[in-house]
Design a protein around this ligand. Structure first.
Ligand code: FMN
Length: 256
């Protein structure tokens, strides 16, 4: 049975999880959600979602994709979300989005991975990153083992308080996201290489007079900032923060 693994990732944490699932699930295909949005793939009988938590819920791109998703009747759908501190009610919100389409989230897990949001201080020190990614690798192995039996009704539920807070935090964050790119800029280290424009999953960056210009439909994935070879892309508090990407992810993985 074919499994379509739909992934979205800014700095490779979620991509590394998607890749591990792909390596362990026979007849699976890795599909970036950004590409699937442009040409919706055929319905699959098994579908996996892998994406980061943004503002205690799913990224807006995931919400838009769920509205277009092709799924076989009775499809087995699972999700693995990556997060840095608190996933809120992300799995519950995804479940409700799928329900509106008459689909069901059969199983869902969260994997704690390094932070990548500059306003929150960005990524932890390299030693801490190794520790977190080491624990994440163990958790991913457990998820892979559980998925072999296609369990149903297995959700890693957050505490009730976090689920309630998600109802406030997530809608606020969702509204703030598209225009939040007004705080991006390229500093004098920018050499106009255009990698930021090529890596943006939603084509939100245009090069104007050799410099990036953000167009107001940002997803806040921060790929443009973390993958800039010159570390020239800046955002709130980012100056002097080390750039981060998961050790198993490379720039070509994102430019493909
Ligand atoms: C815009 C934004 C919002 C985030 N919100 C949350 C959050 O609500 N809770 C959390 O634990 N981590 C949050 N994070 C951290 C990411 O979920 C985490 O670092 C994730 O593993 C990044 O995955 P990626 O490398 O696949 O992009 C946020 C990161 C970004 C960029």
């Amino acid at each position: 049975m074919k499994t379509a693994i739909y992934w979205f990732s800014g700095t490779g944490n979620s991509l590394s999880v998607a890749q591990a699932l792909h390596d362990s699930i026979e007849d699976s295909e890795l599909i970036p959600i950004s590409r699937a949005m442009k040409s919706i793939p055929e319905a699959a009988e098994r579908i996996g979602f892998v994406f980061p938590v943004y503002g205690w819920g799913p990224p807006r791109l995931v919400e838009r994709f769920v509205k277009k998703l092709n799924a076989a009747p009775g499809a087995y759908i699972f999700a693995v979300v990556t997060y840095a501190g608190n996933k809120g009610d992300t799995l519950g919100i995804l479940h409700r989005m799928l329900r509106k389409r008459g689909l069901d989230l059969a199983a869902g897990w969260g994997v704690r991975m390094p932070e990548n949001y500059p306003p929150m201080g960005g990524a932890p020190a390299p030693e801490k990153q190794r520790e977190i990614n080491g624990e994440a690798a163990e958790k991913i192995a457990q998820i892979v083992a559980k998925l072999k039996t296609s369990p149903r009704g297995v959700y890693e539920q957050s505490m009730c308080l976090w689920r309630l807070l998600s109802k406030v935090i997530y809608p606020g964050f969702r509204r703030f996201v598209p225009r939040a790119d007004r705080w991006f800029c390229a500093d004098s280290n920018c050499n106009g290489c255009e990698i930021c424009a090529r890596i943006c999953p939603v084509d939100n960056i245009e090069i104007e007079n050799g410099k990036p210009k953000w167009l107001g439909r940002c997803e806040q994935c921060f790929a443009c900032l973390h993958w800039c070879p010159q570390e020239a892309v800046q955002y709130i508090r980012s100056k002097g923060q080390p750039r981060y990407h998961h050790p198993d992810s490379t720039l070509p993985d994102f430019l493909k």
